[in-house]
Design a protein around this ligand. Structure first.
Ligand code: 6GU
Length: 247
């Protein structure tokens, strides 16, 4: 396969969607190989314990290092490249922000290993130990808290797998879409021409491709200015206030 993905979790059922839809098709086509592992298979005690109270006190539980160490030893050795080269991806709200750029970087790899922990976290020594052996990316989806890394891993995997060369039918649909030009998408329409009294904008039916392109660009720019001004170059985002200040 072009890429192998291992996921380690205490909730393997949460990853069931990986067999469906996009990652499912990529696996059928032989482009992708996914394996989901139950962390508890690397516990040794009768109760299959994966967490304990934090040193130094505080709320919640911390995931113990021993099962994680065994799990990562196992997964990091299973990539397509015997010389290693896996990237360890750790979903955590304290990670770097996940962006399309990060998705593109991960899509260039041959082997990704996802370590899904609960949000109080995994014993830091597990990540330090892994970082001595290869790259580790701690990744956050955004500024809100999920209970564990599983849903984040699903999101990251979907964003990565759709970028694999030879996966999507139409490469142009990848270049054109949201975030590759730094703007949000323009609004889209299909038939019928009138629906519940609402008409498709005239310009889109004009056949004038230059006018259509500039209308779409203006829609994207206006939408971005309202919803995500942080995405616009500073000079644009500041233009309204800036003009006021100049008076
Ligand atoms: Cl990657 N993990 C968790 N537990 N919560 C999050 C997150 C990740 N990204 C945003 N919230």
């Amino acid at each position: 396969p072009r890429m192998r993905i291992d996921v380690v979790t205490i909730f393997p059922d949460y990853l069931a969607p990986l067999g469906l839809s996009l990652p499912g098709k990529a696996q059928e086509s032989g482009l992708l190989q996914v394996a989901v592992h139950d962390l508890r298979q690397w516990t040794t005690d009768r109760h299959r314990t994966v967490d304990d109270t934090p040193y130094g006190g505080g709320a919640g539980m911390v995931m113990r290092p021993e099962p994680w160490g065994e799990a990562l030893d196992h997964c990091l050795d299973r990539g397509p490249n015997p010389a290693g080269g896996a990237v360890l991806v750790v979903p955590t709200p304290s990670g770097e922000r996940f962006t399309q750029r990060v998705a593109e970087e991960l899509a260039a790899e041959q082997h990704l290993v996802f370590a899904c922990g609960r949000y109080e976290g995994i014993d830091q020594r597990v990540l330090d130990d892994a970082a001595d052996r290869g790259p580790v990316r701690e990744i956050s989806l955004g500024d809100y808290v999920l209970n564990g890394g599983e849903v984040a891993a699903l999101a990251v995997i979907e964003a990565v797998v759709r970028l694999l060369p030879g996966f999507m039918g139409n490469p142009a649909s990848l270049v054109e879409e949201s975030h590759s030009d730094g703007l949000l998408e323009y609004p889209t329409y299909t038939k019928p021409q009138v629906w519940r009294g609402r008409e498709v904008p005239e310009v889109l039916r004009s056949g004038d491709h230059a006018r259509i392109a500039s209308w779409r660009h203006e829609q994207a720019r206006a939408r971005t200015a309202v919803r995500r001004p942080d995405l616009l170059p500073a000079v644009h985002a500041l233009s309204v206030e800036g003009l006021g200040a100049l008076e």
